[in-house]
Design a binder for this molecule. Sequence first.
Ligand code: HEM
Length: 549
Amino acid sequence: MALSETLLPLVLSNLPIILPLLLLLHLALIYTHNSLHKFPGPLLPSLSNVYRFFIVLRQRPELWHQSLHRKYGPVVRLGPNSLMFSSPTSLKAIYGLNKGFVKSDFYIVQQAVVKGERLESLFSTTDNNFHSQFRRCVSSAFAMSALVQYEPFVDNTTKLFLRQTENLFAGKEEGCDFTRWLQFYAFDVIGEITYSKRHGFIENNEDVDGIVSYLSKLFLYVAPVGQMPVLDTLLLKNPIYLKLSQWGLLDSTFPVAKFARDRMAERIPDVDSESLLPVSSTGLPGAGPQQPDLLSKFLAAKEKRPDFMTSAEVQTMAVSMAFAGSETTAITLSAVFYYLLRNPPALEALRREIDSFAREGRFSDYETGLVTWHEAQKLGYLDAVVKEAFRMHPAPGLPLERVVPEPGVEIDGRWVKGGTVVGVSAWVMHRNEDVFGDGAEAFRPERWLPDPAKVAAGEEEEAKRIKNMDGHMLQFGMGSRTCIGKNISLLEIYKVVPSLLRRFEIRLHDPSQEWKLVNAWFVKQNNFQANFEKRPLVMPEGGISEEKV
Ligand code: HEM
């Protein structure tokens, strides 16, 4: 008798037992994958990424991450192949330079598709070699020393922003959707720094080409799908879609990419050094002072390294500026104002600082209220407020995932096998009381200032405490993949916050209303309505000198 004749009926008759056994075996293999069963964590997420997908879909995963660490300690198993850490030492182990970690597939979900091909950006590439070459090509455009060149662009947009805030919202009882208004500001500043041309959000007080809502929707997709990247190959990057895109039958180019393409077309026709210079905001070449903008620097990098930087890299870089630099800056600005309005003593202290600076005649502009980067550097309480807002509300709301290199590494004294996805969440790290002191849940800018009582006991200790806090801030990431646009965003934030406070009294439209957070990779605020009243500029006590007007 053939084996199949005896075995098949046996298997079939025992299916009700065999199937559950196979399922159990399968689950046991997942559970023990990479020996991750040795790490604490809830059972269901360790068996399938579906659990995490739904948590992120519900848009407040940072609360889940915080509660997991409270319950399980400094390392938690977050999925079949992923761990989340929270200790200060894990930061260096995971994000330290030259450790060989690469970004996880979460970032591949964020890659755009152009003509059926995935487009790797500086932000989304998972290839360390490609990344380091790319970063080297463009890094000088983002150096602190380049800021001086961008300040006139930020000034243009900020002055318009102040004017429009007065025209559109001052004295209006209905107030304004502050987060949205700050988003318009951030998009226009980035447009101006990148192309010397604003998109027109502030002028028109509208979401030009639906860019803001497109980006929001994209992040709502990226965040949950990034928990199960395989879904992306069934959804936005499915083979049919890729083919249609390759054949040109489907053009899903993001509106910012179209804007970038048009600006490049204006400059690329004859690429000599003259044509790399930007056209002015009016769009007329030669009108107004010419400053090098980011696009001109990316084009110059293309000239210098044609073997690496093609037009595609230039365009990707230009588009990344809007992708990575607008929402994140707007979120931070919203956080600064929300926490100030919710904490009147902090708002009062900042006003006092700005007003006495004005009374001493230390601002250069007493007409529009604009504050220069150089002046803002001298406002110590402003610095404390901005840092505290970054701490309380870091823009990235998910762990910054990295893949452990083979054969594995030791993190916090525990061996983690190669291939495991690990990460730290800024929302967890920033509330670590060992680093940030007691009451880390509360907004208290004073924690960033030397405590006068302790200074008496030795200034060095206080300086060390503050430096240590600085070293554990994760809002810009850490290590080789740290935010390249950090200086640009700081330039915007440190200028526009005091400028707005010089010009306006700002209050919450309805203090009984809390803002509503949506964590879709970046933690955006909704329901933040504010009212503006015009405020006379505080003048210097000794009168105003001619050149300061
Ligand atoms: C407050 C504002 C900003 C915040 C909170 C922020 C946050 C971040 C974070 C957390 C990362 C690292 C992501 C990771 O490791 O997974 C990053 C990378 C990056 N950011 Fe920003 N960012 C801000 C502003 C900007 C601006 C203004 C620009 C452009 C002008 C920009 C461009 C980039 C780019 C290109 C990268 C990728 C860098 C690399 O991988 O080498 N960001 N940003």
